[in-house]
Design a protein around this ligand. Sequence first.
Ligand SMILES: C[S@@+](CC[C@H](N)C(=O)[O-])C[C@H]1O[C@@H](n2cnc3c(N)ncnc32)[C@H](O)[C@@H]1O
Length: 476
Amino acid sequence: MPFRARTAIFRWSLHTVPYRIHHHQPHSLHSSSSFIPHKFTSLAQTQVYGESVETSDDDGFLSWLERKAGCRISSSLSIGKSSYGRSLFASKAIKTGDCILKVPYRVQITADNLPAKIKSLISEEVANVAKLAVLLLIERKLGQGSQWNPYICRLPWQEELHNTIFWNESELEMIHRSSVYWETINQKSQMERDFLAIRPIFECFSQSFGDITYKDFMYACTLVGSRAWGSTNGLSLIPFADFVNHDGNSEAIVMSDDDKQLSEVISDRAYAPGEQVLIRYGKFSNATLMLDFGFTVPYNIYDQVQIQLDIPKHDPLHKMKLELMQQYFVPSRKNAENLEHSWNIFTIKEVKWPKGKGKGLPQSLRAFARVLSCTNRQELDDLVVEAAQTDGRLGRRPLPDVNKEIQAHLMLSSLIGQLIEERSAAIMSLEESSNSSSFCVRVPVRRFMAQDLLRGELRILNSAFTWLENYCLSST
Ligand SMILES: C[S@@+](CC[C@H](N)C(=O)[O-])C[C@H]1O[C@@H](n2cnc3c(N)ncnc32)[C@H](O)[C@@H]1O
């Protein structure tokens, strides 16, 4: 499941672990540390262990898929609805270590299922997500005539999706302080490019498939991004497995076994009958969850913040610093994909031990601040000499002049302080607007997501600020 970028990384890429048993990661285009209680809808509910599970014609889905696969897929799960949409529930007691579902590759949907005449027309440059989206659109158009119809007709409608790509301008304004804002813009541009590459094919087959619009394509890409997994089998939609919802604290993940040609989930805990079964899609921050999956969690241990540092234009050493930064601050490969200036963008995570134990702020960010704080050529030359004499990296050691070292870190805390103020103001304005009523269900949902995102970012910035304060104090 996937799309993504900081101020821009477009993640149509897969996150696959190359073992014999592959951990699937939802092809990324939320969970709290405390378990979130799930609400259930009211249709045909049965009381089981104090929780209510909706039973519906979804029961017929599993038997349809098992007939198609020619084998048992799950004897311990049933489909129902929770506040997270369609969900899987324990239909009997599940023990830790039980295999709760096995979906053979032959009933998974990959771009290989595209009709040959269409596949041959799609350029290699088109992302796999987009190829799979084309397949979904074709199957949807076929309606009852599609061999995948029981699956396709159970996928959520566009109106149910809250991925930021569907947010209007005023909704996006709520998160314009966060890198998700730019990631959303980038994701849209990438999708537009893919649509332009694919449109001529839709036009060729318009008699069979009718008119397919950019909006249809966006919707299909988002479905794929939020529910396909990457493995050696390619990017695959895994019917039934993709009805399971996410808990960032769960240790259960979708894995694939190439020898047995199937994907499976092993339970990481015991479940009583009727309990919703959850897995972890990945170690995703709220930024990723809202961009690629259309939801957030109130407290996300994987949250992070992107910080951009610039060399002031008026700095007399601007040119020399720029050259050094470009030479020494090589962006990670992941960032390099899309960020034009990614050498000056840093990711910070929550600093767990603000008083100094464990990891503090990223070394690369602190090194960058040390370079920025240099006020003459000699200081910069000294850093270059030191890099050559040590591990080749610039500014990794504290500056010999303690005052300069403190100054570099004060500069960082001033920047972070500013980001804290911006986030705090944005959160306050969201809290104020949450008192105004809305006729539309969508708006409060998205406002909650924006609040989760910004509160998580604020928590991280505060931890970084405290760490910097302690560092400066202990250096004096
Ligand atoms: C792989 S699908 C899971 C099945 C989905 N609920 C459905 O109705 O088909 C992923 C989607 O489920 C929803 N979802 C999963 N985990 C969630 C959670 N912890 N909180 C809110 N929504 C969640 C999001 O809409 C997400 O994009």
